[in-house]
Write a protein that binds this ligand. Structure first.
Ligand code: ADP
Length: 481
């Protein structure tokens, strides 16, 4: 198609039209393009003929047609369009975002339109939205609490995690509550002392507070904060991370209780030893060999008790660290029973108890020292809880593929509500058990040793009926080693 000869200034305008990188178009009021510049073909791949052949709405993304129609209707009334955006289909089927600035010339029934391909901007914007959503998730769903406080300590923002911990809704907190409103009285004092310094210094580390949840329960937390200042150097807000401190607090409490219990348990035998040895050293009993013997016996007993305590604690430590090693070898159930009985016979006698043994053989593969330790532990308990004149029965027998050991006493028995809990560590039964000494470690260690051998442990008891502790060990099959 030969270009018509144009006057110079028109040729210049025409050149400008053809060279423009914007998508320029002249459209009529009926919905058709009358003329488009080459930039269209470069951007969308359609030739001018293709673009002019169909209503332009055919090229618009179905979701954008309604708004495009509305915009076109506005134009026909003489309004101009500034930055209207819609998607145009390219020849390859993909869509490009176009941003329109259009001016109608109503008397001629045409629209002069200038569109710009802003697809890359749209993509960047979407990416930004995705990032923003991700950052918001990161803030809200983090495994720790986040919040910001204004100079008065009022919440400026708070994340979902912390809200969940507290049991409040965001609108109940932000702009409404001061952080100290949520603190338990001791924490409140600490906060009042720390907050002014924090605003000046700009940071605070590992502050421990106790929050009060909406339902009134308490939540121990650890806070780390940095301050945000404006250009004038004035405090604007805090940025704080909040960690749930429940576990650490529980651990601290356990440690404290443990230390005080161990201290008590160690001091009791030490006091008796000190008294006995003090008497001996003073020479006041030196003319009574009987008394001397008695004092030495006390010192020896208490030394044994101390040794047991310390070994129990070391065993506990090894168990917790997974360093409790067995040295299994072939042995016999009856032999182990006799070993334990021999060790405990004198103790039972001294307590005025009868020790009755019924030892049946059963081949085992076990750590004999550890099994004797279990039997000894059970016997020491039985002796400890037996009234004088009663009988403690110790037995072993083979039942199928298991050897069953039993230590039964005629003591006070164990309350059914305690049940299996007496096998937990630091667990003690009746309040008088405390007075009888012990740290609630014995049965815990017994269960661990039996468990490591592949056996089970339990107790049959009713209050006032005595207790019968039993445990099983797998019997060594013939021929196996
Ligand atoms: P402890 O060293 O304190 O005795 P154990 O683990 O050996 O710890 O025992 C835990 C608790 O089980 C005891 O405090 C006691 O209440 C109960 N118990 C253990 N053996 C007996 C028993 N033979 N008769 C009654 N209660 C027992």
């Amino acid at each position: 198609m030969a270009a018509p000869k144009l006057p110079r200034s028109d040729r210049e305008v025409d050149l400008f039209f053809r060279l423009s990188r914007d998508l320029l178009a002249i459209a009529d009021f009926k919905g058709y393009f009358q003329r488009v510049n080459p930039a269209w073909e470069q951007a969308l791949g359609w030739t001018p003929e293709e673009l002019l052949a169909r209503p332009y709405l055919d090229f618009v993304h179905p979701d954008d047609r309604e708004s495009t129609l509305a915009e076109a209707a506005k134009l026909t009334t003489g309004a101009v369009t500034i930055t209207f955006e819609n998607r145009y289909r390219s020849k390859d089927g993909s869509y490009r975002w176009l941003q329109w600035n259009s001016t109608p010339l109503t008397e001629r029934g045409v629209i002069y339109a200038d569109a710009r391909d802003i697809t890359h901007l749209k993509q960047a914007e979407e990416q930004l939205h995705r990032y923003a959503a991700e950052i918001s998730d990161l803030y809200n769903l983090a495994p720790c609490g986040y919040h910001s406080l204004d100079p008065q300590g009022v919440f400026l923002r708070i994340n979902d995690t912390e809200l969940k911990w507290l049991g409040y809704k965001r609108e109940e907190i932000v702009g409404r509550k001061r952080f100290p409103d949520l603190l338990q009285p001791d924490s409140l004092k600490l906060f009042e002392e720390a907050f002014a310094g924090f605003k000046r210094r700009g940071w605070v580390r590992d502050l421990e507070f106790e929050l009060v949840r909406k339902d009134g329960t308490h939540l121990p937390i650890v806070i780390n904060s940095t301050a945000v200042y404006n250009d004038a150097g004035e405090y604007v807000m805090s940025r704080s991370t909040v960690f749930d401190n429940t576990d650490r607090k529980a651990l601290e409490r356990m440690k404290d209780e443990f230390i005080s219990m161990v201290g008590h348990e160690l001091r009791t035998p030490l006091t008796s030893m000190r008294t006995a040895l003090g008497l001996l050293a003073s020479g006041r009993v030196s003319n009574s060999p009987e008394k001397v013997q008695q004092m030495l016996a006390i010192a020896l007993d208490e030394t044994d008790r101390l040794t047991r305590l310390v070994s129990d604690m070391l065993d506990l430590q090894r168990l917790e660290l997974g360093r409790f090693k067995l040295l299994p070898q072939a042995c016999d159930a009856a032999e182990l029973v006799h070993q334990a009985a021999d060790a405990l016979q004198p103790v039972a006698e001294k307590a005025g108890l009868r020790l009755e043994i019924s030892a049946q053989s059963a081949p085992l593969r076990a750590d004999p020292d550890r099994i004797v330790q279990v039997l000894t532990n059970l016997l020491v308990n039985a002796v400890k809880f037996s009234p004088p004149g009663t009988t403690v029965r110790l037995s072993s027998e083979q039942r199928g593929a298991e050897a069953v050991f039993r230590v039964a006493d005629e003591g006070p028995g164990i309350a059914p509500e305690l049940g299996e809990r007496i096998f937990e560590r630091f667990r003690q039964g009746q309040s008088e058990a405390r007075a009888r000494g012990g740290m609630g470690l014995g049965l815990y260690i017994c269960r661990a040793i039996v468990g490591q051998h592949g056996g089970r442990i339990g107790v049959e008891s009713a209050p006032g009926q005595g207790s019968a502790f039993w445990f099983t060990l797998p019997v060594q099959k013939e021929g196996a080693s």
